[in-house]
Design a protein. Structure first.
Length: 633
């Protein structure tokens, strides 16, 4: 009955609030026992009505304490939930005034048990947060400077530490794989059912489970700064947020209370029936209507988190249903954001040997092209090099057992006097490779398109986001090629951050409601300006994550469609809940006002009131069965 108990489905209960709810339940059970004893006494010894009344009076006093305390609290701190506290307190005082001790005891008992059922029916957001919280607490095997391994609490880890993760262990913090290979279950964080194949250089999330193999990681982020920590913080913040419809109801909470009191007074004046008046007060408790929006929003946010989608506020969960266009970045969003080998232009001789040599030379340089080539083969396949010389802006030259090797731009081979094949036409970096004065071939690199990009954009078009714009700072030729590949017809290339912002604002000015998707610092302004901004969680810039309204933890573009579908499902559920909450309340009030609930009208109204609340929670709970379509490439 307390304000905190009413708020249970909306925000996480503190330990103090849980103890308060437990005390109320204990008092209600004691009062119920005394009430039952009083009724039995009245039946067995009807001539001793005084004893029965005494037992009923004590029962009503037991539950009066939390009822009156909650009503007083709600007067000091007005809220929608407080209206219920005040109406129940008034109904209890009215029952005392009319000498109806049975109603005065049974009414708050029914309401307390109803609220306990509400708490037991909480949609699962608290459990989801607690489950995620448990993932952040684990043991870690920290590798010491001398190579020994020490078991520590993962809270003691800091960025730069080296940790060992065995098969079956949970990854203790976000990190970068420095040695080993394993399959990781990342479903608790990203919602991805397919295991992640982690190799050297792979970024991994804390909380993932090592299914096989042995990994050594260099810790990059811990605690609240880790991906899992941010997931929990975002979910807690979203859970505390109030949906717009709740804020609208709160604005008229005071007027609603006055209206109910006037209606109860009119009922008393016309019928002269105390039970009808009390029934109106109880029936008008707006719990079902108040819970309709928060229960739906919490269920939606919990389901989204289960699918690796973090929604900062229930307001954005609603906005997703009305989107009409898409503005999407290229690098790191539709593409991986890192260079990958696309093709080899050579005579076709010993290409595996070329890759081994290119990776060996690439490992000797910090240039992005060299780093991309260095990961082509495992370190154990690298050639032994000596006399390594990096020529700034041109490439790398080194001595091998088979002669001098060179990796770099066409100008490097001109300087070395090595004849090359014609440079192929290619939108992206090109590196040549030579050994012992002989040119071996060209290595063509580019940023690869994510395999799910075309499918994801097609799903969004089917969902009504047919207007799609590729907005990138890259060259026009690269942007056009990518747009053709993924099915986008509108392209704006070489766009600066302010250009992206102006284009998004222009979309809104034309009457469109754009979803803006990006991952970089240059996307942050556009993300903030869009109706809904969506950031890629894996590898996304911190400022982009902070600017976005929705974060895709696993950066799977197909979950954009999941966001829209879930939002529309939530809207439909909310509409049904509002109908239940409002329609049921009006019906009970009407029945109560006309005296159709009978001699025990107040108690029947209390039972019907709690039933409507459970219907709302049950309907919202159906959202937990929401599943995204099977993700296939």
């Amino acid at each position: 009955m307390s304000a905190s108990t009413h708020a249970a489905p909306v925000s996480m209960l503190t330990s103090a609030e849980q103890r308060s709810a437990a005390r109320q339940l204990t008092l209600a059970m004691l009062a119920l026992g005394l009430l039952g004893l009083g009724l039995v006494w009245r039946w067995l010894a009807p001539e001793q009505i005084g004893v029965s009344q005494l037992l009923l009076g004590v029962a009503s006093l037991l539950v009066a304490v939390p009822v009156m305390r909650s009503a007083w609290f709600s007067l000091r701190y007005p809220s929608l939930h407080g209206i219920t506290d005040q109406l129940i307190a008034l109904a209890m005082l009215g029952a005392w005034a009319t000498g109806d001790l049975l109603t005065a005891a049974l009414l708050p008992i029914i309401m307390i048990f109803g609220h306990v059922l509400e708490e037991r029916s909480v949609i699962g957001s608290q459990e989801a947060i607690h489950a995620l919280g448990r993932l952040t607490r684990s043991q870690a095997r920290r590798v010491q400077a001398d190579g020994s391994v020490q078991e520590v609490d993962n809270a003691e880890l800091k960025a730069g530490d080296l940790v060992e993760v065995r098969a079956g262990d949970r990854v203790p913090a976000d990190g970068l794989v420095v040695s080993g290979q394993a399959s990781l279950d990342t479903a608790p964080i990203t919602g991805e059912s397919v295991p992640l194949e982690a190799t050297v250089g792979t970024q991994v999330f804390g909380g993932a489970i090592n299914l096989d193999g042995l990994l050594r990681l260099q810790v990059t982020r811990t605690g609240e700064e880790s991906t899992l920590g941010k997931v929990i913080a975002l979910m807690q913040g979203a859970e505390r947020a109030k949906p717009p419809i709740t804020r609208l109801l709160e604005r008229y909470a005071g007027s609603y209370l006055v209206l109910v009191l006037l209606l109860a007074a009119v009922t008393w004046f016309i019928t002269n029936d105390a039970q009808a008046m009390l029934a109106v007060l109880v029936a008008a408790c707006p719990c079902a209507l108040v819970l309709s929006a928060p229960a739906t929003a919490i269920a939606g946010i919990a389901v989204a988190a289960r699918h690796g989608i973090l929604i900062r506020s229930s307001a954005f969960l609603e906005e997703l249903a009305d989107l009409t266009s898409l503005v999407v970045d290229k690098t790191g969003t539709l593409t991986y954001g890192s260079l990958r080998l696309q093709a080899i232009d050579s005579l076709g001789e010993d290409q595996p040997g070329m890759l081994d040599l290119a990776a060996s030379l690439g490992a000797a340089s910090s240039h992005p092209v060299s780093r991309a080539l260095a990961g082509l083969v495992p370190p154990e396949q690298h050639w032994p090099l000596s006399e390594i010389h990096e020529r700034q802006g041109l490439g790398v030259v080194a001595r091998t057992e088979e002669g001098e090797a060179a990796l770099g731009r066409p100008e490097l081979f001109q300087q070395l006097g090595i004849s090359t094949r014609p440079v192929p036409a290619h939108d992206g970096p090109i590196a040549g490779l030579a050994l012992d004065g002989q040119f071996l071939g060209w290595l063509l690199l580019a940023d690869s398109v994510k395999p799910e990009a075309r499918q994801a954009l097609g799903e969004l078009r089917e969902l009504g986001l047919g207007r799609q714009l590729l907005l990138t700072g890259d060259r026009q030729s690269v942007a056009d090629s990518l747009a053709l590949d993924v099915g986008i017809s509108d392209v704006e290339a070489q766009a600066l951050p302010e250009d992206k912002l102006k284009r998004v604002l222009g979309e809104i000015a034309k009457g469109f409601r754009p979803m803006v998707v990006g991952d970089g610092i240059n996307d942050s302004l556009a993300l903030k300006a869009g109706v809904v901004g969506v950031a890629m969680g894996a590898g996304g810039a911190d400022i982009a994550l902070a600017s976005a309204d929705v974060v895709l933890i696993g950066s799977d573009l197909r979950r954009l469609g999941t966001c829209v579908r879930l939002s529309r499902e939530c809207r439909q559920t909310l509409q049904v809940n509002v109908i239940i909450g409002l329609g049921w309340t009006l019906a009970i009030v009407a029945f109560a006002a006309f005296g159709w609930l009978g001699a025990a009208g107040a108690m029947i109204a209390a039972i019907l009131h709690n039933l409507s609340t459970l219907l709302v929670l049950g309907n919202a709970g159906r959202l937990l069965r929401f599943q995204e379509p099977l993700l296939k490439l």
